[in-house]
Design a protein around this ligand. Sequence first.
Ligand code: AP5
Length: 214
Amino acid sequence: MIIIMLGAPGAGKGTQAARIADAYHIPHISTGDIFRANIKGGTELGKKAKSYMDAGKLVPDELVCDLVADRIAQDDCKDGCILDGFPRTIPQAKSLDEAVAKMGTKVDFAVNVDVPDQVIIDRMSGRRACLKCGATYHVEYKKPKQEGICDVCGSELVLRDDDKPETVKTRLDVYHEQTQPLIDFYEKKGVLLTVDGTQPMDDVFAQIRKGLGD
Ligand code: AP5
């Protein structure tokens, strides 16, 4: 089963994708995490991606599409995967269609986590992220067991560079302009599942499971 996560920055895509991956035993592939790991590792890809990410803009399609096509062709994705943060533009969605068609499969569900902008702005200032393993927390809604430390790998939690309020505003503008059209794109394909992302995390997950047929 191939599932993609749609939704504004901070809507809860990563939070729900991690739960779906656990429940369905499929890999969770986050393009944002891949870029952040490359930035941390000082790779060429990381150097190219950093300026776009810090400015709240999208990394160019040509740096993302082949990377995802290669990743989903790996053996651990043979039973499917969950794509978190990809596609984000219509050209990316078309490139994904081509990649999955070559594998003899298709996108089964596009889960749209719907959250209004004002709730997003409130959430982002409270998010804390582990740049080592990609786990995310919230100072109010999802506290780590020990303040400032990742439950999963013990690393220090940080406020992401792109979670500063002025950058969040740009990311929301970019989302509305370039990514929101994908909602229509997947609705026309008959695979769109929209859930109310303002509900508590467990309730959002329950809506997703129901929509996926559980
Ligand atoms: P990426 O890492 O994908 O960021 P994003 O889409 O902006 O999404 P976020 O990770 O910020 O949020 P999320 O929806 O996963 O929310 P989360 O679960 O953490 O991308 C970063 C950058 O990389 C992009 O700006 C771009 O530059 C580049 N990039 C990545 N992919 C790209 C692509 N395909 N093409 C081009 N460029 C690309 O939740 C947010 C917070 O809210 C957390 O603190 C969480 O604990 C809390 N929370 C979650 N759900 C709830 C709830 N129901 N109630 C209360 N709190 C909640």
